[in-house]
Design a protein around this ligand. Structure first.
Ligand code: NI
Length: 172
């Protein structure tokens, strides 16, 4: 099932999500499958549960649509960044803030420890786009949007443009 994506400024996007406590359940498997379906339908490289209105620490990532590589679906539940190295500055967007892309500085490399749907501990190491996607998605689980990484000037400009789009009913 493809969910409708929650857009900024819905308050759920700025709340810290709750850890998942029940693993290896049909409900969790279905939710993760639906998150992938929703992400691929939107041509995104990552999706976090709050973006479909569920305030739980679950995110799915697949950079393949952007890199034209083989599919590489990654599920991170209750994830934590355990190592960050280097720096990359590159354009970033968000399915909850469609139409806006800005340069964001992130660690070039990131190692994340998380649980999979069975509740097993996994570690995922990524560089470049995968590292960026993991940092962006884990931010979502902490209620942080990429707007928070911009200068106040750029952030306010985007917020004003979104308010205008809302007034003109061009943003739902
Ligand atoms: Ni996002």
């Amino acid at each position: 099932m493809v969910y409708k994506i929650v857009k900024y400024p819905d308050p759920i996007l700025e709340q810290k999500c709750e850890p998942v406590t029940a693993f290896d359940t049909p409900e969790l498997q279905q939710l993760v499958a639906d998150m992938f379906e929703t992400m691929y339908a939107s041509k995104g490289v990552g999706l976090a549960a709050p973006q479909i209105g569920i305030s739980e620490r679950i995110t799915v990532i697949d950079c393949a649509p952007a890199t034209e590589g083989e599919p590489n679906p990654i599920v991170l539940i209750n994830p934590e960044v355990i190592l960050k190295e280097g720096k990359q500055v590159g354009e970033e967007g968000c399915l909850s803030i469609p139409g806006f892309r800005e340069d964001v500085s992130r660690a070039k490399k990131a190692v994340v420890r998380a649980l999979n749907v069975k509740g097993e501990t996994i570690e995922v190491s990524g560089e470049d786009l995968l590292a960026r996607a993991m940092q962006h998605e884990i931010d979502h689980l902490n209620g942080i949007l990429f707007l928070s990484h911009l200068s106040p000037l750029k952030r306010d400009l985007i917020k004003r443009k979104i308010k205008k789009l809302i007034r003109e009913h061009e943003w739902d």
